[in-house]
Design a protein around this ligand. Structure first.
Ligand SMILES: [Zn+2]
Length: 297
């Protein structure tokens, strides 16, 4: 099954929902990052959350986020465009599960206590950015907290990525996100009851891990959450792992690192190789190429 994200709206317009399957995206990122299972699982959760947030931008608009904490993974970052191009990486991919520690504790400690920053480039002069403290380290709850606190959009988010037994990737990954849209002039009574009914359903849902493992599609997950609330799918966006890195961007990154840094690379043997932090593509620079970068400066 190919990856995709659906956007759903309730008939009254007071609720918006997104659901996605991201197994292929996560496995592509996994094959490039080659992480240990806990790092890979957290990256998978972040990529799934990213695909959901991607539903909030259109076309070539872009949204990205970074989790930075005091845990061993240190940092996870991900990006998504309005057309479903997703990429992501984690700073320390070597964090594995510890069978002697409770799973939830390990998950929460893996990125640790820190900050979540979400930035949107909507083609305006300046990108819009907001930062919150991570409240749980579970990724989904942190994204929901960001949306509720920073963007004033009351939200519930669940993301999951189930590592395969052999550690080569995930068996399945995906997520859902529900948002309450504040209406002009206050909410109608039916909107209030819709939100109550949604909250009751969310609280009684089976764990997302189980739903995904049982083969639930994004459509089925949303149908289950909305139950009696009339709703419709307004858009389906195909998702794929895609990196937009280029030689030009790598030259730019070297320039930002500064002439001293470039000079120290020139002093090494045989030039240098810079690899993209997202897709791991390697760009090689010879001595002469490095010199030309300094010269242009
Ligand atoms: Zn790349």
């Amino acid at each position: 099954m190919n990856d995709y994200m659906i956007k759903v709206i309730s008939e009254s317009g007071s609720l918006r929902a997104y659901a996605c399957v991201t197994t292929g995206v996560v496995n592509e990122a996994w094959s490039r990052e080659k992480p240990a299972p806990l790092s890979g699982m957290m990256l998978g959760r972040a990529l799934s959350g990213m695909a959901l947030l991607g539903g909030m931008v259109k076309g070539q608009e872009k949204i990205w986020m970074k989790f930075e904490g005091n845990g061993p993974i240190q940092k996870i970052q991900a990006e998504c465009t309005g057309v479903g191009a997703v990429r992501g990486s984690c700073l320390n991919g070597d964090v594995d599960f510890d069978p002697s520690v409770d799973l939830k504790t390990q998950i929460r400690a893996s990125v640790g206590v820190g900050l979540l920053t979400v930035t949107k480039d909507l083609g305006m002069k300046e990108p819009y950015s907001g930062t919150v403290h991570m409240i749980s380290g579970e990724i989904g709850e942190d994204i929901a907290f960001y949306l509720t606190e920073s963007e004033q959009i009351p939200s519930a988010v669940a993301v999951a990525a189930i590592p395969s037994i052999d550690g080569s990737g995930v068996d399945v990954a995906g997520g859902w996100m529900i948002q309450s849209i504040p209406s002009h002039g206050g909410k109608a009574a039916s909107d209030e009851s819709n939100i109550e009914s949604i909250m009751a359903m969310i609280n009684s849902l089976p764990p997302l891990n189980k739903m995904l493992a049982d083969g639930f599609t994004p459509e089925q997950i949303i149908a289950m959450i909305f139950t009696e609330i009339p709703h419709k799918i307004v858009e389906t966006v195909p998702l794929e792992f895609k990196c937009n890195c280029s030689l030009k961007m790598m030259v730019q990154a070297l320039k930002i690192a500064g002439n001293d840094e470039i000079q120290s690379l020139i002093d090494e043997e045989n030039g240098t190789t810079v690899s993209c932090q997202f897709c791991k593509h390697e760009y090689h620079f010879s001595h002469d190429e490095l010199k030309s970068i300094i010269d242009v400066d």
